[in-house]
Design a protein around this ligand. Structure first.
Ligand SMILES: [Ca+2]
Length: 405
């Protein structure tokens, strides 16, 4: 029972990046093991469970997200189907019944994924608890762009205007009309509140204690005694969804304490480093800062790393998640293993197509990246070990920005 089949596909549209609230639910990506947010994948069609061959370990062609994509090879022709399923736990007979999930939060949102296919005569559906399916036919929609990655965006509004999506047992299902090979990557549900087909770049300051949004843009340390590295009371919730640039993007973080709008504005002397929190009363001195980015799969309180000196890794394992903050005017400082700031360098990159920058390998510029879907949490710490009592240290020039290379 297939109800509506509408042709709609978007290719290579570049949208604006704005700060808007949006939940993103990832259905199929590198992050989860074995690579999906559903409970299992069902295959059916003329050849039964062998109608389609699936391989979630594929690394070629290099995918837009992470390191793997789902290679689907249709073997049994028209009607061959694979479906990501929500399922209940097995009963006493080891049968798993379908588990309806309410996806109404995305009623006006979009299903997004990347596809690299040798032909486009297939359909994408979602399946309701009663077995009915709604979706889109993609035949002709690739406009001949085969064997290359294309962004596919399917709006849910035309479906939900007639049929609620509060009973979805398959959030992503492909039925082929012909034998074909498709690599599918990063299937997700997105609410792009800047309008259809737009990228998402949203950074929200929240309290670590309870995850509540502060409503402002202030990150603070309160009542700190001058004893060493201390974590800030707030974190930044980062939500990101790119539809245009495949692999050539990133999000970087730095202070810009010598910019015209910086207050306090750091006073450079010699090769001093403006990075971090500036002493309001003596703006030629700073307190070093570090940042850490984590997955957003648990509460911020549970995810928040223990403060530690980034330079102490190894031997201190607690130091691994922390990366020293650079400033846009950070110079080469060989004695501190610090290299001059460069736009888009991996050291200051929070996230790119391979994932989040979850740890620094050493004190120089090596970086570890691993797949992790939105939201991500960014934490901050500062070293108050050399702070003077009764002083204020601050910056109004902490930058988190999306870039393309
Ligand atoms: Ca992937």
């Amino acid at each position: 029972m297939k109800r509506s089949t509408v042709l709609f596909l978007l290719l290579s549209l570049a949208g604006p990046l704005r700060a808007v609230p949006t939940p993103i639910d990832t259905i199929l990506a590198d992050t989860s093991n074995p690579g999906m947010a559903g409970d299992d994948i069902y295959i059916w069609g003329p050849g039964g469970a062998t109608s389609v061959s699936l391989d979630s370990t594929t690394v070629n062609p290099a995918p837009p997200e992470g390191f793997h994509s789902m290679k689907s090879t249709v073997i049994s022709g028209q009607g061959s189907t694979w479906a990501i399923m929500y399922l209940n736990a097995p009963d006493q007979n080891k049968n798993r019944s379908n588990r309806p999930v309410d996806l109404s939060a995305y009623a006006n949102g979009e299903i997004r994924f990347w596809a690299n296919c040798d032909r486009d005569d297939f359909e994408v559906f979602i399946q309701h608890a009663d077995g009915s399916q709604d979706g889109y036919g993609l035949t002709g929609a690739f406009q001949g762009n085969f064997n290359q990655w294309v962004p596919v965006i399917l709006p849910l509004g035309p479906i939900t205007s007639s049929y609620a999506i509060n009973d979805i047992v398959s959030p992503f299902l492909i039925t082929a009309n012909h034998n074909l090979t498709c690599y599918i990557d990063d299937v997700r549900y997105v609410n792009p509140q800047e309008g259809p087909y737009t990228s998402v770049f949203n950074a929200t300051v929240k309290n670590i204690s309870d995850g509540s949004a502060t409503g402002g843009s202030v990150i603070s340390w309160n009542g700190v005694s001058p004893t060493g590295w201390v974590r800030a009371d707030q974190y930044v919730d980062l939500e990101l969804d790119d539809v245009s640039d495949l692999r050539s993007w990133g999000v970087q973080i730095y202070t810009n304490n010598t910019s015209g709008s910086a207050s306090p504005k750091y006073v450079v002397s010699g090769t001093s480093n403006p990075a971090g929190l500036v002493d309001v009363g003596s703006p030629d001195s700073t307190l070093p800062m570090a940042w850490s980015i984590t997955a957003g799969t648990q509460s911020a309180l549970a995810a928040s790393p223990v403060p530690a000196d980034p330079n102490n890794f190894p031997p201190d394992p607690l130091a691994f998640p922390w990366v020293y903050m650079k400033d846009a005017a950070t110079p080469d400082i060989p004695s501190e293993n610090t290299t001059a700031f460069q736009n888009g360098e991996l050291y200051v990159t929070l996230k790119n197509h391979t994932g989040i920058h979850y740890g620094a390998v050493d004190l120089s510029s090596d970086a570890n990246f691993g797949a992790s879907n939105s939201p991500n949490y960014i934490f901050f710490e500062a070293n108050f070990g050399k702070a003077l009592a009764q002083r204020n240290y601050q910056t109004n020039s902490l930058i988190i920005e999306f870039y393309t290379l």
